[in-house]
Design a protein around this ligand. Structure first.
Ligand SMILES: NC(=O)c1ccc[n+]([C@@H]2O[C@H](COP(=O)([O-])OP(=O)(O)OC[C@H]3O[C@@H](n4cnc5c(N)ncnc54)[C@H](O)[C@@H]3O)[C@@H](O)[C@H]2O)c1
Ligand SMILES: O=c1ccn([C@@H]2O[C@H](COP(=O)(O)OP(=O)(O)O[C@H]3O[C@H](CO)[C@H](O)[C@H](O)[C@H]3O)[C@@H](O)[C@H]2O)c(=O)[nH]1
Length: 329
């Protein structure tokens, strides 16, 4: 039987483009909705239609749904920089929460029955203990985390009426690039640690700043759970299948490896792969950074049968560096 068509919002962006590749590789028809505010047309494979649209524009989304027979939505579109959400919370609530509300309304009118949502470990705030399972209290410490948690709440309440089922995937720190070199992180003004460090490795920056060396961690720098973007994309395909197979069940799942890596450990791994050290400047803490975020992925593995393929830190770093070299060449 042929597969139904999936709408990927934000499919021209970093993670969304990897999900588009995973769907496309597995034979799912895909349509991308992206306003290209932070995405790249080149990230979308040939043959996949791109509709340039703001997902918060309900009328434009209704037009899209009238033209394309969409069975399910993977909703990646949104704004992602935590410090920006602190300086401009109004914009973050608009582009994340309000736009999602409009998209959900248009999807309901079009009779779409499955929504997979990009949520975040930022919904947990600054937890006292790790690893975190999905029942940990959600107490965001920045507007970005709140904007995502509010969207989760809308989905939960509306799904309870039977309108659709949904999956909320709470990503931990997404890193790396497509092992075949077809996509990677390309946005300008990058702020993510490995991306910034790879830019320094290829000479686009003079150094990488280490934000805080006095955290209560073994080496004093923050600990995160870095997940390879292609493993995350594979989890999305499994989650989509679960939503379609069990239309009365919704779920919230952490996406990480259950492994903590400090900032310095990540930079050491890059130096090893690069073969020469990237200059580091030890600096002050960055506002809003929790000391540690590590996932328990027990539910993800049990619920979806997810098996990571690219978890090795050197593999993550190598793919990110190769992509950065490709961008620089
Ligand atoms: N990168 C991470 O580590 C991380 C971690 C947790 C959650 N997430 C979530 O994953 C999703 C994707 O993140 P990413 O890192 O790929 O970011 P990204 O900026 O590369 O991709 C987001 C895409 O959405 C598009 N977009 C933004 N607002 C839009 C709008 N209103 N209408 C249409 N398109 C719009 C952008 O043009 C871009 O292509 C986001 O929702 C983000 O919050 C990311
Ligand atoms: O140049 C840099 C960039 C980052 N860091 C440090 O590296 C760690 C990771 O920072 P990132 O900016 O790469 O990622 P965050 O942990 O801040 O946030 C990411 O993961 C979160 C969930 O864990 C959210 O989902 C968010 O959207 C996503 O950007 C932090 O301790 C940060 O202080 C540096 O030392 N130098």
């Amino acid at each position: 039987m042929s597969k139904p068509t999936i709408l990927v919002t934000g499919g021209a962006g970093y993670i969304g483009s990897h999900a588009v590749l995973a769907l496309h590789d597995a034979g799912w028809p895909v349509v991308v909705a992206d306003n290209l505010s932070n995405g790249r047309r080149e990230a979308i494979p040939d043959g996949v239609p791109l509709v340039e649209v703001d997902v918060g524009d309900a009328a434009a989304m209704a037009d899209l749904f009238a033209v394309h027979p969409i069975a399910a939505i993977m909703h990646f579109a949104g704004s992602i920089v935590v410090p920006d959400s602190v300086t401009d919370p109004h914009y973050y609530y608009r582009n994340n929460t309000v736009a999602s509300h409009a998209l959900i309304g248009a999807a309901m009118k079009a009779g779409i029955k499955h929504i997979l949502f990009s949520s975040t470990a930022a919904t947990y705030g600054a937890p006292e203990t790790v690893p975190l399972d999905e029942d940990n209290p959600t107490r965001p410490i920045n507007p970005y985390g709140w904007s995502k948690l509010m969207t989760e709440q809308m989905l939960r309440d509306i799904a309870a009426t039977g309108a659709f089922n949904y999956g909320a995937l709470r990503y931990f720190n997404v890193a790396g690039a497509d092992p075949q070199g077809r996509s990677g992180q390309a946005s300008k003004g990058a702020t993510h640690l490995l991306k910034v460090a790879c830019e320094a490795a290829v000479g686009k920056r003079s150094h990488v700043d280490v934000f805080g060396t006095d955290y209560p961690t073994p080496d004093g720098t923050c600990i995160r759970d870095y997940i390879h973007v292609s493993d995350l994309a594979a989890a999305h395909v499994l989650a989509l299948e679960a939503l379609i197979d069990s239309p009365s069940e919704s779920f919230t799942l952490n996406c990480g490896y259950g492994r903590g890596t400090s900032v310095l450990e990540m930079l050491d791994a890059l130096d090893a792969v690069n073969g020469s050290p990237v200059a580091r400047v030890m600096g002050e803490r960055r506002a809003g950074d929790p000391p540690q975020l590590v996932a328990s992925n027990r539910r993800l593995v049990e619920r979806l049968g997810w098996t990571p393929r690219f978890a090795d830190t050197a593999t993550i770093v190598r793919s990110a560096l190769e992509w950065e070299r490709r961008l620089a060449s």
